[in-house]
Design a protein around this ligand. Structure first.
Ligand code: UDP
Length: 476
């Protein structure tokens, strides 16, 4: 059942290129300490999927850089039955404050949950030695705390899910999980507001998500490469260019952009048209309808700007019926705009056949955009915001969830107090389009903010510090 994912190490010395010297020194020092403290011990990360999802995006670079720093970090994936994932999805939805499938979190759910984790533990627990560190990610693994703690490991539970104002549904999920968690040595949440009631405050630590600045999604791309990626993928039209050079994939092998995005538009986007961009899944909580209508009605044509809403291509046979529905609604909203507004709105479905290729397309789009928008109605952290800020883009985003941690209004971006106020959204976007100097200044500060707070270096140091704080170092 449980299996290990092989993660090649990545050399953390490359952060020398992006950090000021004193911060790189601090990082090296932290790695050195961790190496000493964890010598002979393994840091296990355990989650329930090796592919897809934000947790994988976060985990992969952290494990890779920790390994590169000389720490024996590893990644285990637990497997489950469909019933198990029905229960854990139910818990996940409730942690977000929504009812999900409305099924019960009762004794039967408990039995399904415990049986699967017991089977996974049976294959895993023998490999865990006293004073190893185990970081269990999300509700799917919470039920493993007791046995791993009994095996003598330092057990940290990392919750990636949260909401600003908990409701009864969230409390129901907490009540289900809490008994499993009491013996954990520490709990990690993404932001203070997400920390649960009823857990020992002294054990709680806050570690914000971070992005991997060397991944295909965020690595540097020069202007010509950006241009050729957007041309080859059919997102913009313009003069013929040579094919984009290969880009480095997650595993270090060279990747190529070959596939085309599917564009829904009245006329092609020209490479010189100023672009306002939102990159999001087709999800109602990302408010594609509001993004399109607000742009169409409240960003004047005189700006010359075009909106691109880019999302993963929805596969007709995908298991996300909501994605397809929301995409149809977005298309219909575009269709219903007056002709001159509709002409300025482009929807892009980015191919998902090759995730590295998809990531580098997102990268190119974010670098190409004049203004990036994240007008979500709900958001845990909002990685797309950090991604755009890293590329020195001015971001207009809703004042919700973890976005508030990233953007200081007027300094490192623009926050919208009411995400449903389309007029205010249009006005904020227009103001940035009309004032390129201010936009550039905000973008510059945005990049610094991400460099200081939201790149892998930060969370690695945070995890090392947490382990140091709680690790039981044998005396003598
Ligand atoms: N994303 C992507 N390809 C797409 C659309 C989105 O890789 O076509 C990525 C996006 O760049 C980001 C992630 O999906 O890294 C979304 O994370 P976020 O925290 O913004 O929102 P979530 O989808 O987890 O609610």
């Amino acid at each position: 059942m449980a299996f290990e994912v092989d993660i090649p190490s990545k050399d953390p010395s490359r952060f020398r290129d992006v950090l000021p010297p004193e911060r790189f020194e601090e990082f090296e020092h932290g790695c050195e300490e961790a190496r000493r403290l964890l010598d002979g011990h393994v840091v296990w990360n355990v989650n329930s999927t090796a592919r897809g999802g934000g947790v994988v995006e976060l985990l992969r670079p952290l494990v890779a850089y920790a390994r590169g720093a000389g720490v024996d970090a590893r990644w285990m994936v637990v497997e489950g039955t469909p019933e198990f994932f029905t229960v854990t999805k139910r818990i996940h939805n409730r942690l977000h404050g929504s009812p999900g499938d409305r099924g019960p979190l009762d004794e039967n759910a408990q039995r399904i949950y415990e049986d699967v984790l017991a089977a996974n533990l049976a294959e895993f627990v023998d490999r865990v030695l006293p004073n190893d560190v185990v970081i269990l990610h999300d509700p799917q693994t919470a039920g493993m705390v007791h046995e791993l703690h009994a095996a003598g490991a330092l057990v940290i539970w990392r919750c990636h899910v949260g909401l600003d104002t908990p409701n009864e549904l969230a409390r129901e999920a907490w009540a289900f999980l809490r008994p499993y968690l009491l013996e954990a040595d520490a709990y990690v949440f993404s932001r203070e507001a997400f920390a649960w009631e009823g857990l020992d405050r002294k054990k709680i630590a806050i570690i914000a998500p971070t992005i991997d600045v060397f991944s295909p999604k965020n690595c540097d791309l020069d202007r010509e490469t950006v241009r050729s990626i957007l041309l080859v993928s059919g997102i913009v039209t313009g003069a013929e260019v040579p094919a984009p050079p290969p880009f480095p994939c997650q595993d270090g092998t060279p990747g190529r952009v070959e596939r085309r995005a599917q564009m829904f538009e009245d006329e092609p986007l020209h490479e010189y048209d100023p672009v306002v961009l939102q990159v999001s899944r087709w999800d109602a909580l990302k408010d594609p309808i509001g993004v399109i209508e607000g742009f169409g009605h409240h960003v004047p044509a005189e700006t010359g700007a075009r909106l691109v809403y880019a999302a993963p291509a929805v596969d007709a046979v995908s298991d996300d019926p909501e994605g397809e529905r929301v995409m149809r609604e977005a298309l219909a909203t575009r269709e219903a705009l007056p002709a001159d507004a509709r002409r300025r709105v482009h929807l892009a479905a980015l191919p998902m056949d090759d995730l590295n290729e998809n990531a580098v397309m997102v990268n190119a789009l974010q670098r190409h955009a004049r203004v990036v928008v994240q007008k979500s109605l709900a958001e845990g952290f909002g990685l797309t915001v950090a991604e755009a800020m890293w590329k020195a883009r001015p971001v207009v985003a809703s004042r919700i969830g973890g976005i508030q941690e990233q953007i200081t209004h007027g300094e490192t971006g623009i926050l919208l107090d009411d995400p449903r106020d389309l007029r205010a959204y249009g006005a904020a976007v227009t103001a940035l389009l009309m004032d390129p100097e201010r936009a550039e200044e905000i973008g510059r500060r945005a990049r610094e903010r991400v460099r200081d707070r939201f790149i892998s270096v930060r969370s690695l140091l945070d995890y090392f510090a947490l382990i140091r704080r709680f690790m039981l170092v044998p005396s003598g």
